[in-house]
Each structure stands twice: as C-alpha cells, then as structure tokens.
Ligand binder design. Structure first.
Ligand SMILES: *Cc1c(COP(=O)(O)O)cnc(C)c1O
Length: 360
C-alpha cells in the first residue's frame, strides 16, 4: 500500500498512530442495566413545545446568549467568563488545539480520564504523566519538576475513575507554580455531586485557570452534547478563535436553557443528592460482597471497586446484561471495575449478579 491507493497514509503521522477513545458506547454490549458511562438514571423531560419554537432554517447563535447567561448565573461567574461547546470533551480539546503542538505538551496525573491523552496525541503534542499519590492527591513536587515543555495541565476533580477529590490547596499551589508557563484545566464533570469542591471561584484570581463543565452527568443530558468552559475573559476569547462557527445546535441550546432555569437547577440538585445517597448504600453493599477487595471512596456518581479475578466477574456481569466499565487497562487499576450509580433497582440487580458470581 502506498498513498496512491490508501488515503489514510496521507494523514498526519500522529493521527495514523492514534488509537481512539474506547467510549462506553463504542465498546457495545447487550445490556439491560447500563452502569458504564456515568450517565444519570433520571430522564430529563424538556418542554418540547418551547423547543419547537427554534427556527431551523437559520444558523443558531454562535454562543447563545440566553444559555451563556443561564450558565453564568448557575456557576456564579460573569457571562464573559463562559464558553459553550459540544460537550466538555470539545472544551478539553480546544485547550490542546490552542496551546499545544509537537514541542508544547500536556501533563496529566493517571489514573484519570482517558481523553486528556487522546486529545494530546491527536495534535501530536507530547504527554508527561505524573501519577497521583497513593492517597489520590496530586504529587505537586513531581509536577513542578516536570513543567518544562508543558503548556496544559489537566486535573480531574473529582477524579474519574477513582472518585477521589483533589484538595483545593493543591490546586491553588499548582496554579501558583504554573503561572506564566501553562494553562491549568480543572475538569469538573462531576462537581454537582460535591459542589463545595469547585474551584470556579478562582478564575478571577488566576487568569490561566480553566474549569471544564458538562450537562452530561448530573444534569442528565448526555444525549444533547453540551459543555462549558469557565475562565478569564481573555482566555475565553482566545479559545473561541479555534471553535467551529456554530458549535451548539439551536434545539440543544433550547433544551440546555430549560435545564439551567431555576427550576431545572433545583431539580438537578435534588436528584444529585438522591444519587449520592444511593451511592452510599451501593458502596456499602459492594464492600460486603465476597471477593470485593477494595471499594474506593467516591465524591461522584460512580464507585471504583477492586475484585479478585475481576475479568471473570466482569464477563459474568456482562453475560447477565449488567454492563460496567473495566479499568484494568491502567496499570494502577489492575482488577478494578467502575460501577456508575444507577437507580436503586439497577444497583440492586448489579449487586445480585455480582453476589451470584462470587458465591459460585
Ligand atoms: C464524561 C466526562 C467528560 C465528557 O463530558 P461531555 O460533556 O459528555 O463531553 C469530561 N470529563 C470527564 C472527567 C468525564 O467523566
């Protein structure tokens, strides 16, 4: 094969070598209990009559004002500190697109969310990894020693897939050491499950801080693809330069606005509290299950669990239609699976099947 008959050989080498993100949906499975993508078990039911007023023959607003204002109110920041895009994933990628290349790389702290590495690889940016400490905290001295050639640092708070929070004083210290060197991205995809841990209030003090947010998790809108950046106005304006012209469909903006109304936010908060209560019950029951050797403490809507002969347990759950997320591809998470917290009936079913397996 040469480039004459294989068009893929014309691609940038970085893209030819890329192995794409193994999203929960891409991995498939024939389940009836889906606990692998940290989605909400609740349905968001929009007022469709309102959504239907969107005119489809016109392009949407590039940054829908009503949506930006609603998110700014919810996040307690100024509207010019908000950027909306096609999910938090697009926001994360914008940072790499704007700041990184072959010589200006990315630093992240595994085990963590897989897209930081993949976004970097897509743009041919080198990656540096500084593993989280055993207690889940940032290894700040090691990060500080590795900032050469790094333009973007990704921190996930609370961390996916461990569920551990990152201490606010650690984020502040990281911001201090990265000043003038790198953008610090704090990915708050799960912050609604522990809102007191947000660092969004720091964007006024640190102009190189970007907080990434999403409607996919606690807001129960994974299907609409809507995420936000919170950052200083110059950083927002810069990122907007690299954003596609109309990133958010009009119908998406209309649904997202409803989710961010006072009523929508109150509903989300009540449901997040409910999920946190279910998580406690679920984690406790998992702890008591034979062959479960560790249940990681979590601040989010999922629980990471270490299980003896995990692959067997995973396959058994899969065969019974309970789809969870295998994490053992990461060295530090050998024998670990992540269970999203579903509705009580779903969590109960997952437990029953796991107990059947462990009793075999
Ligand atoms: C789910 C998730 C995202 C992606 O959010 P989208 O808005 O659906 O793109 C980003 N970061 C983390 C840590 C996530 O778990």
């Amino acid at each position: 094969m040469n480039a004459n008959n294989d068009p893929t050989l014309l691609a940038r080498l970085a893209v030819q070598k890329l192995s794409p993100y193994q999203s929960a949906r891409r991995l498939g499975g024939k389940g009836d209990v889906w606990l692998n993508a940290n989605e909400s078990p609740f349905a968001f039911l929009p007022d469709w009559a309102q959504v239907a007023k969107t005119s489809l023959n016109r392009y949407p607003e590039p940054q829908p004002k009503a949506l930006i204002d609603a998110y700014a109110t919810y996040a307690n920041v100024d509207p010019d500190c908000v950027l909306v895009g096609r999910g938090a994933d697009e926001i994360l990628e914008l940072v790499v697109r704007a700041f990184c290349d072959e010589s200006d790389g990315v630093l992240y702290c595994p085990p963590t969310y897989g897209m930081y590495a993949i976004s970097a690889q897509t743009y041919g940016a080198p990656t540096k990894t500084v593993p989280l400490r055993a207690d889940g905290g940032l290894d700040l001295p090691a990060i500080e020693a590795n900032l050469d050639g790094v333009k973007a640092i990704f921190v996930c708070n609370p961390n996916n897939p461990t569920g551990a929070p990152v201490a606010r004083e650690d984020i502040v210290r990281l911001l201090e050491s990265a000043q003038g060197k790198a953008i610090v991205v704090v990915d708050e995809a799960y912050i609604e499950f522990c809102p007191e841990r947000s660092v969004a209030d720091l964007i006024g003090r640190y102009r190189h801080l970007l907080v990434a947010r999403t409607l996919s998790k606690a807001f129960a809108l994974a299907g609409v693809r809507c995420g936000f950046a919170l950052a200083s106005p110059p950083l927002i304006a810069l990122l907007q330069k690299t954003l596609a012209p109309y990133p958010v469909a009009g119908v998406v903006a209309a649904i997202a606005e409803q989710a961010l109304s006072a009523k929508g936010v109150a509903q989300m908060q009540a449901r997040a509290a409910q999920i946190v209560a279910w998580r406690k019950d679920f984690a406790q029951a998992l702890q008591k299950t034979p062959r479960v050797t560790k249940v990681y403490p979590s601040c989010a809507n999922f629980v990471l669990v270490r299980i003896e002969s995990m692959q067997e347990a995973f396959d058994f759950l899969w065969s019974q239609g309970v789809i969870v997320r295998n994490q053992s591809h990461v060295a530090a998470l050998r024998d670990c699976v992540r269970f999203s917290v579903g509705a009580p009936s779903e969590n109960a079913r997952a437990l029953t099947v796991l107990q059947q397996w462990s009793a075999q």
